[in-house]
Design a protein. Structure first.
Length: 256
């Protein structure tokens, strides 16, 4: 009895043998009642073969532990209160930038954004304004592009460099080529903000979510979530609203 592993790539040939090959032993005269009987026998026979075939498929999938593909599950992603591990990513100017490079400030505004995303484009001026407003107070912006560039050419490293130059980004714009940083943070949308507060050499998550409550129209903002959180932190108070729902474009994961 064969006890070796069953390979899914063998299934198509197996199913073809089970479900599709005709049986030359089924034969009846194709005239009168013989024709009707022949059709009935063949129909019943093929249905039984198809049922048996799907039973085999189910058994094989069960034995191989097959599970349908799904989006990455960020089981260990950062939440408010977590300490973020150091990371190093390539900036549009070619140099490597690490989170630990910011150990002299009060914290960092990590903003996951992208070139192609309409929501990110709508927030671009507001992201630049955040850096200009808070970098001098110890909370500079650190922008990260997390998407698979093969999904959108606009998100390629060359186009990132072009965009940063065109808009004169005052902050680093990093490419998360392996998407490991995005997975660790648990980012789901662009743009999405993580406010990190520095304590010694540690960076702790204090806020996760949207920049404000008006994703498409900057003139319609009623609540500025990042400003509110930073207002709390800069006065040494706990952040009141620690999480909000990020509205934007879904992350384009590699292989998905």
């Amino acid at each position: 009895m064969h006890t070796g592993p069953v390979h899914l790539r063998q299934l198509p040939a197996t199913l073809h043998d089970i479900c599709s090959t005709s049986d030359n032993t089924v034969n009846a005269q194709e005239t009168g009642a013989g024709h009707v009987l022949n059709e009935l026998v063949i129909s019943t026979y093929m249905r039984e073969k198809q049922v048996f075939g799907w039973m085999v498929v189910g058994l094989v999938l069960l034995l191989t532990g097959f599970r349908p593909a799904a989006e990455p599950q960020n089981v260990l992603s950062y939440t408010v209160g977590d300490v973020v591990a150091d990371f190093r990513l390539r900036n549009v100017d070619g140099r490597m930038v690490a989170l630990s490079d910011y150990k002299t400030g009060r914290g960092v505004l990590v903003v996951f954004t992208a070139n192609h995303c309409p929501f990110a484009k709508a927030y671009e001026d507001r992201i630049i304004a955040l850096d200009r407003r808070y970098a001098a107070q110890g909370y500079p912006v650190l922008a990260i592009q997390p998407n698979d560039p093969s999904a959108y050419e606009d998100d390629s490293f060359d186009n990132m460099k072009l965009r940063a130059a065109q808009r004169s980004y005052p902050f680093p714009y990093l490419l998360d080529e392996t998407q490991d940083v995005a997975r660790a943070f648990g980012v789901t949308r662009t743009p999405q903000v993580y406010i990190l507060r520095r304590s010694g050499e540690k960076f702790t998550v204090e806020y996760v979510g949207a920049i404000d409550d008006s994703p498409q129209d900057a003139t319609g903002v009623k609540r500025r979530y990042v400003d509110e959180a930073l207002g709390n932190l800069l006065t040494d108070k706990p952040v009141v609203t620690t999480t909000t729902k990020a509205v934007g474009c879904a992350i384009k994961w590699k292989g998905m």
